[in-house]
Design a protein around this ligand. Structure first.
Ligand code: SF4
Ligand code: SF4
Length: 389
């Protein structure tokens, strides 16, 4: 982990002030927020923080500005674009224009899935991965997103699945302790992969943590019961990859967080401002660049000596995820957030690792057929999600 202290920058365009490269490694994810508006009102929406949701409409920078930025800062990189929002499918012309302009990029869509059926075949077929936000089963999802949403999303997936070029991944926010093993297990039958993330909210009473641990234990039990194919839950797959091949956990991220915010993800707001984390676009000190001004600096969201990761048992495979939670708790010093959000989530992450270890992952991996081993070591979806929950 770097010992570079966190540096605070002014909000106006500035030149590079240190010699760290803006992008580490050979890949970069360009997360383009096509709009900050959304057709749903999910109760826990993370970008509603700081009034970001709805604060801007559609993209205001020109395609020439995007061209110039890519030419100056991303030339030679393996670029993958994620269309993000708000709800990105509300701005289809922009998606089509970017796909036409950059035919050699990879593309991913992060969507609530309600408008998937409106996308034309030539967009669906170019998507390497679609992340569909979901909360669990029908009752849970409709509870957070509105009545009928779960069925609508599943219907859209049935209708479009054949026309989607790549994989479809459920991106499940694990919002409460009533979410059951059965709900998550059912998602593995509908989606190619399931990625879950513990909600960054005050949802962690002692009972709620124990409830999630019980579900985690069952899921991990189920995971290791498969010996011919992989039970497709990304946080378990990624954690096991990191335990079996620890160098894989560091090679793509310079040893830092696997959500890429410290190394190679650029969240471009509709007005062209660039931030490392989509949940921190309301914090001026996080400004990393500006597409209109055509400047970019290294991510300001870096490991900090106050963060406890170096002494944590999970560090070798967790690598400090989530940096937002760590930053708010240990750099900003928000004690309430630390106690009610960051620390309980880290407790769950450590528990997940302990449960995986109980099942002897190294021996299990050795018993897998080659195709299943490759799925653990090289699954492309690792590039599109945070891996750790
Ligand atoms: S579990 Fe928490 S403290 Fe431990 S390495 Fe991960 S983020 Fe850091
Ligand atoms: S996991 Fe990474 S991208 Fe997601 S909220 Fe945390 S810091 Fe931001």
């Amino acid at each position: 982990m770097s010992s570079i202290p966190l540096v605070f920058y002014p909000t106006q365009p500035i030149p590079q002030v240190d010699d760290r490269p803006p992008i580490v490694g050979s890949r970069v994810e360009l997360q383009l927020l096509t709009t900050l508006t959304c057709n749903l009102k999910c109760t826990y929406c993370s970008i509603s923080e700081g009034g970001v949701l709805g604060s801007q409409g559609k993209v205001t920078y020109s395609m020439e500005a995007l061209d110039n930025f890519i030419r100056k800062h991303l030339d030679g990189y393996d670029v993958y674009v994620t269309f993000y929002g708000g709800e990105p499918t509300l701005n289809q012309p922009f998606i089509r224009e970017v796909m036409t302009r950059y035919p050699n990029f990879r593309f991913q869509l992060q969507t609530n899935g309600t408008l998937l059926d409106n996308l034309p075949d030539n967009v669906l077929s170019r998507l390497s991965n679609i992340l569909v936000s979901i909360d669990g089963g029908e009752k849970t999802t409709d509870g957070y997103r509105g009545r009928g949403i779960y069925r609508q999303v599943l219907k859209n997936l049935r209708e479009t699945h054949e026309r989607i070029g790549g994989t479809v991944t459920a991106r499940m926010t694990w919002s409460n302790d009533a979410i059951s093993f059965e709900e998550i297990d059912a998602l593995t039958e509908t989606f190619d992969y399931v990625y879950f993330q513990f909600v960054a909210g005050e949802a962690y009473t002692a009972e709620a943590v124990e409830g999630r641990k019980a579900v985690l234990s069952k899921l991990i039990e189920r995971f290791f019961a498969s010996t011919d194919h992989i039970y497709p839950i990304i946080p378990f797959m990624g954690a096991i990859r990191n335990k079996v091949m620890p160098k894989r956990a560091i090679e793509l991220y310079d040893g830092k967080t696997q959500c890429r915010v410290s190394t190679h993800i650029l969240n471009v707001m509709p007005d062209g401002k660039i931030y490392p984390c989509p949940d921190m676009m309301h914090l001026p000190e996080m400004l990393q660049g500006d597409l209109d001004g055509n400047w970019l600096r290294a991510s300001p969201l870096q490991p900090h000596p106050n963060m406890p990761c170096h002494t944590c048992e999970a560090y070798s495979w967790c690598r400090g995820n989530c940096m937002k939670n760590l930053y708010l708790a240990y750099v900003k010093g928000d004690e309430r957030y630390r106690k009610n959000v960051t620390d309980p989530i880290c407790d769950l992450v450590r528990f997940m690792g302990q449960e995986i270890d109980r099942h002897r992952p190294v021996e299990w991996f050795a018993s897998l057929p080659l195709a299943a081993r490759k799925e653990i070591t090289d699954c492309e979806v690792y590039e599109y999600v945070e891996i750790m929950p």
